[in-house]
Design a protein around this ligand. Structure first.
Ligand code: SF4
Ligand code: SF4
Length: 332
């Protein structure tokens, strides 16, 4: 088991303190990707999750290298590529109908990603959208709506895995056959972490368990399965960490994790770990443990990005570090 001996992420998973920081499955703005990768490396992330594009990998690597140059003692986080095989809320972005838009500017403060701004006229940059849905409620003329990306191509994922991103996450929808077909086409030769995201308000309890069974069936029939880290991410309310409304947005993810863990009946494979996402903040990991849901880690995304987006890189990296330190420290 070469992987289990050498990767620091495995220790974090075993200690139930694994932290994936999400830059965003749909975020394409290179400057933002580099900035977050820089801050999240300084913070001590085990994994950094990005949109699956060549330019995103390059930007993330640049941010990671910059942080490592400043402090060579930092852990080098794994880059994880997020891909969709069907319609999934993580991959949606807002479309602006310019005909209807009155340029009232109401949506500007509603966006945690600063996708709307004055430059000097009202401008929308879709590359900055990560699909949280905040802005939709604010537009008085319904000029904003979602568009979803097309399903991802496994050949493209294979190409990116050769660029040095050794981990991926597949977001399952209800289309389990599409998942099987996609997964079987992925070249796992140099993969360290394979992650599968289920939930996202798309699946019932029965479907969550069915998704898990299909993941296990597919993963453990591939050669070398035991040498890779396998993560099942139970997603609650996607991209809700930065939303203005709703409290306790992490409870749905924790509830889904409990369903999943219980369904194993104590028989979880040694290299398989459970991690929560969706509305996660610096208290969610300790909350899950307090609720006796023994998850191995968390994915924090829009909540942390929202806190650092307006800060200069030095302050942003220090705050990211503080946030992760608190999250890890509070967890048991
Ligand atoms: S508020 Fe959310 S959904 Fe709307 S543009 Fe900004 S990131 Fe996208
Ligand atoms: S809230 Fe709607 S109408 Fe107003 S600027 Fe934004 S998109 Fe245009």
């Amino acid at each position: 088991m070469k992987l289990l001996k050498q990767e620091s992420a495995i220790q974090s998973l075993k200690d139930n303190k694994y932290h994936k920081l999400i830059i965003g499955a749909s975020l394409k703005d290179l400057e933002s990707i580099e900035f977050y990768a820089y801050c999240f490396t300084h913070a001590g992330a085990d994994v950094i999750d990005i949109s699956a594009f060549a330019h995103s990998v390059i930007a993330a690597k640049k941010g990671i290298e910059k942080a490592l140059t400043e402090n060579p003692k930092l852990n080098k986080p794994e880059i994880m590529l997020s891909v969709n095989i069907s319609q999934d809320p993580h991959f949606r972005i807002v479309k602006l109908d310019k005909e209807s838009c009155t340029e009232c500017e109401v949506c500007i403060p509603a966006c945690p990603s600063e996708a709307f701004f004055l430059s000097p006229e009202f401008t929308y940059n879709p590359d900055l959208c990560f699909g949280c849905s905040n802005c939709l409620d604010y537009c008085p003329v319904d000029a904003l709506s979602f568009e979803n990306w097309n399903p991802y191509n496994p050949d493209e994922l294979n190409r990116l895995l050769k660029m040095g991103a050794r981990s991926f996450e597949i977001h399952l929808s209800k289309d389990f056959e599409a998942f099987r077909e996609f997964y079987r086409a992925v070249n796992l030769e140099n993969v360290l972490i394979e992650s599968f995201s289920i939930g996202s308000e798309l699946l019932s309890k029965e479907e969550l368990i069915q998704a898990k069974e299909i993941i296990l069936e597919e993963v453990y029939q591939r050669p070398g399965a035991e040498e890779r880290i396998v993560i099942i991410q139970t997603d609650g309310i996607p991209q809700s960490g930065a939303r203005i409304k709703n409290q306790e947005k992490d409870l749905k993810a924790i509830e889904n994790a409990k369903i999943l863990i219980d369904s194993f009946d104590g028989e979880i494979p040694n290299n398989l770990f459970i991690q929560i996402a969706g509305g996660i903040n610096d208290e969610s990991l300790s909350k899950a443990h307090r609720l006796r849901v023994p998850v191995n880690g968390v994915a924090i995304g829009s909540w942390i990005r929202n806190k650092i987006i307006d800060l200069d890189p030095d302050t942003a990296k220090d705050l990211s570090k503080e946030i992760l330190k608190k999250s890890k420290h509070q967890a048991c």
